[in-house]
Design a protein around this ligand. Structure first.
Ligand SMILES: Cc1cc2nc3c(=O)[nH]c(=O)nc-3n(C[C@H](O)[C@H](O)[C@H](O)COP(=O)(O)O)c2cc1C
Length: 192
């Protein structure tokens, strides 16, 4: 973890080739860069491209074998806080995100974190499921949990967002509150 500028990483939970998750992540990163003192990075599961969990031992044994697991664990260790940006898929969150969570274990524990969900109704069911899992792995979750409602008219004909900044701007106060809450938790950990 950083002793100078804290790092907040946004995990992009959607790994589809045609998606809006990366657009939202970029725009949220920009908003948080303005409203916090953090170095805000994107951890894009499409780019990171983890295979389906292929570690011989379960993550709780803390003996990672594969280079991609060690690299993923290092990214999370380097993050003072993590934001899980998740769409809602069939009343849950994406398999790629669960896979990435299951790869590692100790790295998640006590790490300040937040969930931002999105979907036609803001992705409440994805957020609820994800929250249960993140509580199980003992992440330090904020109460702030923005749910971005994506309307049909937000999409272009090729299923991207026409103006992601406008979508994110509708939730500016809630996203600022996430950043503030994460910075407070990072500060409390450093002071402890
Ligand atoms: C497999 C799948 C299941 C979906 N299920 C839901 C759903 O349960 N509720 C909802 O509001 N939208 C649902 N949608 C629509 C998504 O909210 C929308 O496609 C969104 O753009 C997905 O995020 P992404 O583009 O970043 O992958 C679903 C989309 C996919 C691909």
């Amino acid at each position: 973890m950083s002793e100078t500028q804290p790092r907040i990483s946004i995990i992009v939970g959607s790994a589809r080739p045609v998606r809006i998750g990366r657009q939202l992540a970029d725009s949220i990163a920009e908003a948080l860069t303005e409203s916090t003192s953090a170095d805000v990075r994107i951890l894009d599961l499409r780019e990171i491209d983890l295979p389906m969990l292929d570690e011989p031992l379960m993550a709780g044994m803390n003996q990672y074998a594969n280079p991609h697991t060690l690299a993923w664990a290092a990214e999370i260790r380097a993050s003072d806080a993590v934001i899980f940006l998740t769409p809602q898929y069939n009343a849950g969150y994406p398999a790629a995100l669960k896979n990435a969570i299951d790869y590692i274990f100790a790295e998640w524990q006590d790490r300040p974190s937040a969930i931002i969900s999105y979907g036609g109704h803001g992705g409440p069911k994805a957020a609820k499921q994800l929250r249960e899992v993140l509580e199980f792995i003992r992440m330090d979750l904020t109460d702030e949990q923005p749910q971005l409602v994506i309307q049909r008219e937000d999409y272009t004909a090729d299923w991207h967002l026409g103006d992601p900044d406008a979508v994110v701007a509708r939730y500016a106060d809630e996203i600022t509150a996430v950043g503030t809450a994460l910075e407070a938790r990072i500060g409390a950990l450093e002071a402890a």
